[in-house]
Design a binder for this molecule. Structure first.
Ligand code: GRG
Length: 288
């Protein structure tokens, strides 16, 4: 898809060539690169780059921040796939890292990527105040992702909450937090003011929730081969999901509503918001 191609090629090139993997022992470098490079959709770094541009900044200036976010995402996938968590053997169409390199190496490579992510932020050529804000965003997004994962796998949700609100809380944290951080980090890279920042917060939160509702739908409507990771797992594990609560049609309606809300959030940006609107529309209809 056009709106994704340019920024995702930029991030692919940056991850491959601008990150210094050479100081690592060969086995760790191989595992870290395996877990990072390859066929990910790169939606989070694409959101950083397009948000930066929509807020008036340059894509090149956002690349270390975009890479930092993708490194955190890759760390989360590696750890999420481990036998102690989701116990998956297929990711991005190939064996998960612990299948490829063993469980100890997968744990350590995930740890490494998380540390390297924050190191990337020191490469941002901007004021200490902006770098500080980026560190805060990345740390908050990562923290909330872990909170969401605990809710999803170990419990702890407020018991009095209705089922749909509990599910929203899981999704907003587990998946939404990093997508929200992506949009806000892009706006920070562009040096945006507070009112502009709010636009990206609203858009990021809405797109973040929509992304996971779509993911729930893909889990019940697509094959493992097509998506490149195990599908049909949520219901097999008895997990609460949007299709489980609202059915497939009801969930598709929620996706439509969230897509419209995200597009509305962009209206104050005028033509500058077109790429983010196109990306949101793509994310609503993606099939993998
Ligand atoms: C163990 C400290 C510690 C933290 C780990 C595992 C974890 C915390 C969080 C997991 C969060 C998680 C994996 C959420 C699922 C989000 C999701 C649907 C990911 C798939 O994203 P895509 O489709 O993947 O963008 P690609 O492969 O395209 O990058």
């Amino acid at each position: 898809m056009d709106v994704i191609t340019r920024p995702s090629e930029m991030i692919e090139e940056y991850l491959e060539s601008s990150i210094d993997w050479s100081f690592l022992p060969e086995n760790l470098a191989e595992a870290a690169r395996y877990g990072t490079l390859g066929s990910g959709k790169r939606l989070r770094p694409v959101l950083v780059i397009l948000s930066c541009e929509a807020a008036g900044g340059r894509a090149e200036d956002a690349l270390p921040a975009a890479a930092a976010l993708e490194l955190v995402h890759c760390f989360s996938l590696i750890h999420d796939d481990l036998p102690a968590l989701d116990d998956d053997s297929l990711r991005r169409g190939r064996p998960t890292l612990h299948v490829h390199a063993g469980e100890p190496m997968a744990i350590l490579a995930g740890d490494l990527l998380l540390a390297m992510a924050f190191g990337e932020l020191t490469r941002m050529k901007m004021s200490p105040k902006q770098v500080n804000s980026l560190v805060d965003e990345l740390a908050t997004g990562t923290r909330d992702m872990v909170v969401g994962q605990v809710y999803d796998t170990l419990g702890g949700l407020p018991a009095e909450q209705p089922a749909l609100e509990q599910l929203q809380l899981v999704h907003r944290n587990k998946t939404g937090a990093l997508l929200r951080a992506a949009c806000r980090m892009g706006a920070i890279c562009a040096g945006s003011d507070e009112p502009t920042h709010q636009i990206f917060t609203r858009y990021g939160e809405t797109v973040g929730l929509m992304f996971q509702v779509v993911d729930d739908l893909l889990d019940v409507t697509q094959s493992t081969e097509h998506v490149g990771k195990a599908t049909g797992k949520d219901s097999a594990l008895g997990k609460r999901t949007y299709p489980g609560l609202l059915g497939i049609e009801g969930s598709k309606q929620v996706v439509d509503q969230l897509r419209n809300q995200a597009c509305e959030a962009l209206e104050p940006l005028g033509p500058a918001g077109v790429s983010l609107r196109d990306l949101c529309c793509y994310m609503a209809i993606r099939t993998r």
